[in-house]
Design a protein around this ligand. Structure first.
Ligand code: FAD
Ligand code: NAP
Ligand code: SF4
Length: 675
């Protein structure tokens, strides 16, 4: 008897059956653009072997004007068909099913050739689109249909037509972006004509036995977005036009409400999909922040959807479904929704991967194979660098001893998980604990390693992490001055007014911790919805609460300081930095750049501004928290070298600048793959 009867139940689509209710949602990984089709095929085949029910590829453009970026993958030629055949063949050989997403970006296309219903520029693009005339619209439909036909020739089991997230088809639906007065604009019947025509003509072209998923925006989260009556009306028309499945889209890309970041509660939008259940007779998929089999199962058991889309969790662990099926869910590497190696890479023009699984999208390059010679390996430091090295080395057959002076594994992850909105780090540490036990690693906690203890091992890996940087500010020895470790480990009381020295990732996290009181909104959906101004789309158009965001009052008055003259938080994650900045602004946090720290006094901290140290000002604060960066802790590595033992040094112990868990895990995994 499985713990996941709903999740693992097959889904009969009439002409074909999916083996379970898990869809791997579309992700733009950048793999297709590498043109290394063996690599693309291996990425998808790995997930097919992991038994996901159906996969959707990253968005493939139907023509130049609709492609997300210049150079983005398209399906427009016989060569494209041949390339994609390599992928579909490999997936089918592995027993999987795969649909190709057709993505027309409309005014979100990053280039001057972009087209849209009306010439309304998007706030997230520098390019104003050209309004299409009737012939132009007909061309877009024809191109999308032809792309679907080519996908069918390439061996795909279906296509997903991207109609949400504010892309081309979505842009026709709402008056904010569709100002037309012809048959494609004006009334809602006219505005929804394009998506319906696209589905109708695609179905006519591909025949009955081909999956057509339509991704439909169920809550736009932008002003003048669709009402829920319109959503239902569209879904019913899309069903009539021949779609096989309706998938959920949440929020336009330009929405100022987070929809997939780690601070968004798990399954935060499943209730929106549930509102469509019973309104159409084809299967409905729900999506967003579903990252464990338990969450997915409860969403399905609650009747929120017929199927669940999980995208990033399939980067974190290709074997997600297979492990759930085998009753080993606790061994699934969890997606912590950080976006650090997936979406941030995509938006930075890099190939996606995964913070917890550096093999994601690198399946052909980073291989973990049994070691030719089994060695005894000591790993000092059970932070993410040491843990990933220890696990990978043990997977390869080495005998691993993992030493940490703390009473638990996890290193700084145990500090990070205290921050409201970072609760997913608890699951990551739990997963490491499971893996360390499963692999029989000899763990020695509460043990400070010394050079003398490490002489008997074949190899020594030093992952001793970092020390907080001493900013050497006059007066910093006063009792009201605390380090971020003291604060996040709740070792000392913090006053009602606080100045934070340093506005890096940790400074922002400490501010978040200090302005919150009680339960984290990330674990309280109604509170989170109030905080960000999310409402029921049947009550308020597009799901925007008319009163806007209503966060709980801040628990403290916090001032966040940095010396650089730039905007604080500018260097935070590409896709999440705005959320951190907005969240703190809503809590009244004052962020000040360009300061010099003159002296800590009993009233707060005296700062001046600019190179001339002008305008001395006391920032009133009962408590000062130091978050001034970190330096490598190499003391043990240096002691070993002095004894003639050459260790491998990884993570923060190697380089502290711009260190994060992504680099620590990547470095640990890659090192251990070669030991
Ligand atoms: P550490 O995690 O520092 O681990 C080092 C370990 O070595 C420790 O457990 C220590 O006890 C042990 N040790 C040291 N010396 C000895 C010795 N002689 N003997 C035995 N044991 C020893 N990163 C992200 O990517 N995303 C985030 O969202 C994020 N948020 C963060 C939030 C906070 C509040 C903090 C503090 C950090 C955050 N980080 C985040 C950073 C991330 O946690 C670190 O980059 C990462 O933990 C560094 O990994 P590491 O293994 O090199 O070192
Ligand atoms: P950081 O991001 O490098 O920030 C350090 C801060 O300290 C900066 O604001 C810096 O700004 C200031 N600073 C540096 N030297 C100083 C000095 N001598 N005196 C006073 N201030 C000084 O480092 P961090 O905040 O300590 O974070 C450590 C690592 O963890 C980072 O690499 C970060 O990426 C990672 N992390 C990531 C996340 C995430 O969400 N992805 C969250 C937390 C931490 P000025 O020099 O301008 O004053
Ligand atoms: Fe999930 Fe972070 Fe990995 Fe992306 S990088 S898949 S968000 S864990």
């Amino acid at each position: 008897m499985t713990a996941y009867p709903h999740l693992l139940a097959p889904l009969d689509l009439g002409f074909t059956t999916l083996k379970n209710r898990v869809l791997m949602g579309s992700m733009h990984t950048g793999l297709e653009e590498t043109k290394d089709w063996n690599r693309v095929a291996e990425f998808y085949a790995d997930r097919a072997r992991g038994e996901v029910g159906l996969m959707v590829t990253g968005g493939i453009g139907p023509n130049l004007e609709g492609s997300v970026l210049p150079g983005a993958a398209m399906m427009v030629s016989d060569q494209d068909i041949a390339n994609h055949q390599i992928v579909t063949q490999r997936v089918h050989d592995a027993g999987g099913k795969i649909a190709m997403q057709i993505l027309h970006a409309g005014r979100y296309a990053y280039g001057p050739a972009c087209v849209a219903p009306s010439p309304v520029k998007s706030p997230i693009s520098p390019f104003a689109p050209t309004a299409l005339d009737s012939a132009g619209i007909e061309k877009q439909i024809a191109d999308i249909v032809a792309t679907a036909q080519r996908a069918q020739q390439a061996g795909y089991d279906g296509v997903e037509i991207m109609g949400s997230e504010g892309y081309f088809l979505n842009q026709f639906l709402v008056t904010h972006t569709n100002k037309r007065e012809d048959e494609w604009g004006g009334s809602y019947e006219n505005r929804m004509r394009l998506p319906i025509e696209v589905v109708r003509r695609t179905r006519a072209a591909v025949g009955r036995n081909f999956i057509i998923i339509y991704r439909l925006s169920m809550i736009d989260l932008v002003p003048n977005g669709s009402s829920f009556d319109e959503v239902v009306q569209l879904a019913q028309e899309i069903e009539k036009a021949g779609a096989t499945i309706i998938n959920t889209g949440i929020g336009w890309h330009e929405a100022r409400i987070p929809t997939i970041a780690t601070s968004v509660p798990r399954a935060a939008f499943a209730w929106v999909t549930k509102k469509l259940m019973g309104q159409v007779s084809i299967p409905v998929i729900t999506s967003n922040r579903i990252n464990t089999p338990d969450v997915a199962e409860s969403v399905l058991a609650d009747g929120c959807a017929d199927m669940v889309s999980m995208a990033r969790p399939m980067l974190a662990d290709a074997d997600f479904v297979a492990k759930a099926k085998a009753g080993k869910a606790e061994t699934i590497a969890p997606c912590i929704a950080c976006n650090q190696a997936c979406l941030d890479h995509t938006f930075g023009g890099k190939i996606s991967s995964c913070l917890v699984n550096p093999r994601a999208c690198y399946e052909t390059e980073l291989t973990i194979t049994p070691a030719d010679v089994k060695k005894s390996i000591a790993v000092v430091g059970a932070g993410p660098a040491g843990l990933s090295a220890a696990i990978t080395a043990a997977q390869r057959g080495h005998k691993v001893t993992l030493i940490d002076r703390a009473d638990d594994i996890g290193g700084q992850l145990n500090i990070a998980k205290q921050v409201p909105g970072k609760e997913e780090f608890w699951g990551l540490v739990d997963w490491y604990r499971t893996m360390v036990a499963d692999l029989g690693i000899d763990v020695r906690l509460g043990t400070t390693a010394t050079a003398d203890m490490l002489g008997g091992f074949d190899q020594v890996v030093i992952a001793t992490g970092v020390q907080p940087r001493d900013p050497q500010i006059p007066g910093q020895d006063a009792p009201q001055v605390l380090s971020y470790v003291d604060v996040l480990a709740n070792k000392a009381p913090v006053g009602a007014t606080v100045a934070i020295i340093g506005a890096g990732g940790i400074g922002f996290d400490v501010a978040e911790y200090l302005v919150h009181d009680g339960q984290s909104p990330s674990e309280n959906l109604p509170e989170w919805m109030r905080e960000w101004g999310v409402s029921d789309p049947s009550v308020h158009r597009a799901g925007l609460a008319p009163q806007g965001p209503q966060p709980a009052p801040p628990a403290r008055k916090v001032t966040l300081l940095q010396r650089k003259a730039e905007k604080p938080g500018k260097r935070l994650g590409k896709t999440t930095g705005w959320i951190h900045r907005a969240a703190l602004s809503m809590k009244g946090v004052t962020m000040v750049g360009g300061v010099n720290y003159e002296e800590i006094t009993k009233d707060g901290i005296l700062v001046s501004y600019g190179a001339a140290r002008e305008n001395p000002t006391v920032i009133q604060a009962e408590t000062i928290v130091l978050c001034a960066g970190q330096l490598s802790d190499r003391s043990l590595a240096d002691a070993l070298i002095a004894k003639g033992i050459q260790p491998h040094v990884i993570g923060g112990a190697d380089v502290a600048a711009e260190l994060d868990a992504k680099r620590a895990i990547d470095q640990g995994t890659r090192l251990a793959a070669t030991l």
